[in-house]
Design a protein around this ligand. Structure first.
Ligand code: FES
Length: 177
């Protein structure tokens, strides 16, 4: 049978052990190898003025991050039949992108476009000109939202990665596969 003194001693011991565990946890945590596989990458976009872009290397591929100008935004209107007829996949139904990019801009916010730089034919790096992308290998053309034109060798639109805004001027590229 435990007397009062013994019970008190056990309670104090319990608190001491718990406190010591809390205090030493950060120390031991630093020695334990990390098993999380966080491959996300943060990209600043505050240095991009309208019409400017940067190429970001991520997970072995190059991504194009571009701030569209008003002129480029105006070129992305796919509401007319004649424009839609020129595109292979105007609504990006056959193409790869997150759900938030299923719009005429193929982006979360119209002014910022994020896209993988590889042509969907044989993977060559595409080149950007105002309002369009061009593949130098077999001359596939894409509009400013990476939508492939009807006559191109590339079968689908350029791939848009998953990402989110973590502040007004910073995006986080996310690996969702
Ligand atoms: S690799 Fe781009 S058109 Fe062939």
């Amino acid at each position: 049978m435990i007397n009062r003194r013994g019970l008190l001693t056990r309670i104090v011991q319990g608190f001491t052990i718990t406190g010591a565990a809390f205090l030493t946890y950060p120390f031991f945590k630093a020695w334990i190898p990390k098993f999380e596989n966080d491959l996300s990458l943060d990209v600043a976009i505050n240095d991009l003025h309208p019409g400017q872009s940067k190429v970001v290397h991520w997970l072995g591929r190059n991504l194009f991050v571009h701030r569209r100008s008003q002129t480029e935004l105006a070129l992305l209107d796919t509401s007319s039949d004649s424009t839609r007829e020129k595109l292979k996949d105007p609504n990006s139904k056959e193409s790869t992108q997150p759900n938030f990019a299923l719009n005429q801009y193929r982006s979360l916010r119209p002014e910022i476009f994020v896209v993988y730089n590889n042509c969907t034919h044989l993977g060559c790096e595409v080149l950007h000109e105002v309002g369009i992308f061009k593949c130098p290998c077999h001359q596939s053309d894409f509009d400013g939202a990476g939508r492939v034109v009807e006559a191109a060798a590339a079968p689908i639109n350029l791939e848009v990665p998953d990402y989110q805004y973590i502040s007004g001027n910073r995006i986080r590229l996310l690996q969702t596969v």
